[in-house]
Ligand binder design. Structure first.
Ligand code: BTN
Length: 255
């Protein structure tokens, strides 16, 4: 019998901060103190917002949506890479519902509008052996930003820059939580291949795209050939060998 009650009530309670260093730190603190799954730490501004791979996350006050969601899903640690994909699907679908614009997904879970990134997701896991204690899903969406710092301008965008409209961040938060619930239910009920299939359909990066994968100082270029049921991206290198990509950042190749 599946215990789906752990997925209910995403967004209850919401811990709201006008300004915080990073919602990830506060969410970890709350989770360690026993905060239930579904709780959200939300901030108007982050002074030390974190991105994937040790990067920072630009968190302009009151322009974006910056939150961390505590999840306690009935899953095993090995399924967390697929939770990451499910979160990208959820954010992409929510942004599509709010803007009516088609979103692309870039492995593992960047959401793109017009080929630039409008949403990034940082997933952190606390496990005991194979058992998931909790997952922190840190989601940042560039909603009403009118511009970006020079170093981000070529790669980042906002919902407003893409459509010329301003959006309610509250309405978008509700959509993301609803969609997160939906995709986590799919993962729990139908298992990882269902999420991988949905992600593959929604992402131009999943297969047949020439990309460069950067992991630390190592850059590998090739063509994507699919995503395994464990959530690993497969990259066919230029010499024909296939490399499993477990981590790293993916960008389109320019050649
Ligand atoms: C990425 O590098 O794409 C992931 C970005 C994740 C940013 C969000 S904003 C809310 C939460 N708090 C953080 O410090 N980071 C995540």
């Amino acid at each position: 019998m599946l215990d789906l009650s752990l997925l209910a009530d995403l967004g209850r309670p919401i811990h709201y901060y006008a300004s915080i260093d990073t919602t990830m730190r506060r969410a970890a603190e709350l989770a360690e103190a026993g905060e239930p799954g579904g709780a959200v730490v939300l901030a108007e501004e982050q002074t030390a917002g974190r991105g994937r791979l040790g990067r920072s996350w630009h968190s302009e006050p009151e322009a974006g949506l910056y939150f961390s969601l505590i999840l306690r899903p009935p899953l095993e640690a090995a399924q967390v890479s697929v939770v990451t994909l499910a979160l990208g699907l959820a954010a992409g679908r929510a942004i599509h519902r709010v803007t009516s614009r088609p979103c692309d997904l870039r492995w593992p879970n960047d959401v793109l509008l017009g080929e630039r990134k409008c949403c990034g997701i940082l997933t952190e896991l606390a496990a005991e052996g194979e058992r998931v204690r909790y997952i922190l899903a840190g989601i940042g969406v560039n909603v009403n930003h009118a511009a970006f710092p020079a170093q981000l301008a070529a790669t980042a965008t906002s919902l407003r820059l893409e459509t010329g409209c301003e959006y309610s961040r509250e309405a978008l938060l509700i959509e993301i939580l609803k969609e997160t619930d939906r995709y986590l239910q799919i993962l729990v009920e139908r298992d990882a291949p269902a999420i991988v299939e949905l992600f593959t359909r929604a992402s131009s990066y999943a297969a047949g795209k020439r990309v460069v994968v950067v992991n630390g100082t190592v850059e590998t270029s090739g063509r994507t050939t699919g995503i395994t049921s464990a959530g690993t991206l497969l990259l066919e290198r230029d010499d024909g060998s296939v490399a499993p990509i477990l981590a790293g950042s993916v960008r389109p190749a320019t050649d």
